[in-house]
Design a protein around this ligand. Structure first.
Ligand code: FE
Ligand code: MN
Length: 335
């Protein structure tokens, strides 16, 4: 079969086991980026965090609650993402190079789930507290419910991607998972947790979130390439009405994430306040809209340019060697 005949959806002639010759080079590129970013939570030393967490004088009550809520949201959200990926998206995406990436992503979601097990273990957090927060904290519950509700078609066992309406439903759900869940609902949490890192508090947890952020930025890049390719191959789905529905969903996602940020940050801490995070979420949402060829709606500026620097910094294979080199350089400078 010629690669030109390969299509992402409804391609009965595609043998899911025949990955070469490859048509969708972006899927391969994202797979390689994932591998280049490889990490595991136990590589991160948590000793300083354990001391900080035990001490009664370093963290304020607001800071502690903020850490706990982000642990609560992310710990269950990572599982939700992993389950959706392997139980629903994988079934409908039969293209082998895309499936290769989905397998890599599923592994990374397992690493992220492991991160919160590791954080609970090292800091001695109560699992019953962390893993029930999605049910107890309304602004977390609303985010999870929104994603589960807007991605219903994918979990219907009788769902197929045949026909314009079904392809629209599928793309609608992909936007829910990749653009809203991974591309917006994680971002207030990322800003908060990375602000600890920037203030040199809870540096281990901060570093874990930094690695997760880099992985998620690749997941988002794959998800949006996937969405754009499906639209390119099925242009009839991209009606004005459908584009409006997608834009409205993204705007609703921003509102829910903003409500979460206001809940987490009733007062300004860590040099952050909820209004600045709002501005950031709007900036992020505009980028997501443009990435899937929709008009931006907010025109917001990026109040946290340091977030982009963190995303762009790749771990690469020689991460630890690089660190040693950096220490050596620092030493030789003093010398
Ligand atoms: Fe994840
Ligand atoms: Mn992810």
């Amino acid at each position: 079969m010629e690669t030109a005949e390969k299509k992402i959806l409804n391609c009965a002639t595609t043998d899911p086991n025949k990955i070469l010759p490859m048509k969708y080079k972006w899927a391969r590129k994202h797979y390689q980026s994932g591998v280049a970013n490889n990490w595991t939570p136990d590589e991160v030393n948590m000793q300083k965090d354990v001391e900080t967490w035990k001490s009664t004088s370093v963290l304020s009550d607001d800071e502690r609650r903020l850490i706990m809520w982000n642990m609560g949201f992310f710990s269950t959200a990572e599982s939700l993402t992993a389950n959706n990926l392997v139980l629903t998206i994988y079934k409908h995406i039969t293209n082998p190079e895309c499936r290769q990436y989905l397998l890599r992503q599923a592994y990374e979601e397992a690493v992220h789930t492991d991160t919160f097990i590791y954080c609970c273990d090292t800091l001695g957090l109560d699992p019953d507290d962390v893993y029930t927060m999605y049910d107890r904290v309304p602004s977390i519950k609303h985010k999870d419910e929104f994603v589960v509700n807007m991605t219903k078609s994918l979990s219907d066992p009788n769902f197929s991607t045949n026909g314009t309406e079904n392809i629209q439903r599928f793309v609608h759900d992909l936007v829910g998972f990749y653009v809203i869940m991974e591309g917006i609902f994680f971002y207030a949490g990322f800003v908060m947790m990375l602000s600890f890192l920037r203030q040199n508090k809870m540096v281990g947890v901060g570093e874990q979130f930094q690695f997760i952020l880099r992985d998620e930025s690749v997941h988002l890049a794959f998800g949006t390439d996937l969405i754009n390719t499906i639209v390119e191959e099925n242009p009839e789905i991209w009606t004005e009405q459908f584009k409006t529905t997608i834009t409205e969903n993204i705007k609703h996602g921003v509102e829910l994430e903003s409500a979460y940020a206001h809940d987490c940050l009733p007062t300004g801490i860590l040099g952050l306040n909820a209004d600045t995070i709002d501005e950031y979420l709007k900036y992020v949402a505009d980028r997501r809209l443009e990435r899937i060829n929709l008009e931006k709606v907010y025109g917001a500026e990026n109040p946290f340019p340091w977030m982009s620097e963190i995303i762009d910094l790749r771990k690469e294979k020689n991460f630890f060697e690089t660190r040693v080199t950096e220490y050596k350089n620092a030493g030789s400078l003093k010398w």
